[in-house]
Design a protein around this ligand. Structure first.
Ligand code: AFP
Length: 355
């Protein structure tokens, strides 16, 4: 029992219910927390309820669906449809957006979400998560596809749930990034990480190095310099992590700093990156920026990108702002033809870039 500790509901009442449509937004985030609690309970059951293994179905991404993918999606869709606070939803697991129709009541928001991120880790019992992004609907009618295609800078709220040793919800409504831990005994999310701040510098990077041969030169240059450690231009050793659950990587970065990279690669030239803009990159970018970090494609701020498709993919470089700035700088030098690949003899001196 956490007597005297602030619950999510109390935090929302104190921090946003007074702003424009703040009361409705607070109520929506309480609904999201309810869906998260249901998913946390299902996730914790693991193989006991057949939530592991794979279904015969694939989603719009062409990915094999896990039972928990579908169950999580249903939990969010039902919560939003009944809550009367959204006009429509879009999900990684659904080809097209789902409008709220009578007899259900439409509300002033749009909810876009990845109901279960990292699901290829479920059978290995590795932490997975849910990611959500909240936009304002355009009017009160049934939303069209164009109503969803807003840049990340238009988000009114964003967050994730991490189903790990503890269940954590991290969210922002534009006044900082704050973390809540689920007290399973009473079913309350308790404010445990107020005003999270990402260290500007880091010596820890996260990238799937099996894609190295597909990377663009500025990414190869940055990672080669990190791997060179004390013997190279960075003059310090770096550590590497790769969990293959974006939610777990971003949570680690929010807590201790780091840089997460899923850059553009040539593995599939039809895809400018693996991660999806609307329900992975944008919400994570909002959270990271509100925590003093940065989030870029390598060439532009992720939250400035105007989407043209719900499921469009985008390169993602986010985390400690000085490292993101360095990677952006290397992209600028490469595009301008002035880059100095790491193996060039010029690199015997200290790196010329200072954030
Ligand atoms: P799944 O949800 O299919 O497991 O994908 C997870 C994810 O979208 C993101 O959470 C990870 O950072 C990334 O993909 C892992 O991609 P790789 O499997 O190529 O490393």
């Amino acid at each position: 029992m956490h007597l005297g500790r602030k619950t999510l509901s109390k935090f929302l009442i104190e921090n946003i219910s007074g702003s424009k449509d703040g009361a409705a937004l607070a109520a929506l985030l309480v609904d999201v927390a309810a869906a998260v609690k249901a998913i946390a309970a299902m996730s914790a059951r693991g193989a006991l309820d057949g939530a592991s293994g794979s279904l015969d179905s694939t989603n719009v991404q062409g990915e094999t669906q896990k039972p928990l993918d579908v169950l999580s999606n249903t939990a969010f869709v039902n919560t939003f449809e009944m809550g009367g606070l959204v006009a429509g939803v879009a999900s990684e697991e659904m080809d097209d957006p789902f409008p709220v129709k009578a007899p259900h009541t439409r509300g002033p928001f749009l909810a876009i979400f990845d109901p279960l991120d990292g699901s290829s880790n479920i059978d290995g019992n590795v932490s997975v998560g849910s990611i959500f992004s909240i936009l304002r609907a355009n009017g009160t009618g049934e939303p069209g596809i164009e109503d969803y295609l807003q840049p990340g800078s238009k988000q009114v709220a964003a967050g994730y749930a991490l189903y790990g040793p503890s269940t954590v919800m991290v969210l922002t409504v534009g006044n900082g990034t704050h973390g809540f831990t689920l007290d399973r005994e009473v079913g309350n999310f308790i404010l445990t990480h107020p005003h999270i701040q990402i260290p500007a510098d880091t010596s820890e990077y996260a990238i799937n190095t099996s894609n190295e041969r597909f990377w663009e030169p500025p990414v190869t240059r940055y990672i080669d310099e990190c791997k060179a450690g004390k013997t190279g231009p960075r003059e310090r050793d770096f550590n590497m992590r790769w969990i293959a659950s974006m939610v777990a990587e971003v949570h680690r970065i929010l807590i201790r700093g780091g840089i997460f990279m899923y850059p553009r690669d040539t593995k599939d030239p039809t895809k400018p990156g693996r991660l999806r803009l609307m329900y992975e990159a944008n919400p994570m970018s909002f959270l990271v920026e509100q925590a003093g970090g940065a989030a870029s494609t390598g060439r532009e701020r992720i939250m400035d990108v105007v989407p043209d498709k719900i499921h469009q993919r985008i390169p993602v470089i986010l985390g400690s702002r000085h490292e993101v700035a360095r990677v952006d700088h290397y992209h600028q030098q490469y595009d301008a033809g002035t880059d100095k690949p790491f193996d060039s003899p010029l690199f015997n001196e200290r790196s010329l870039f200072r954030p």
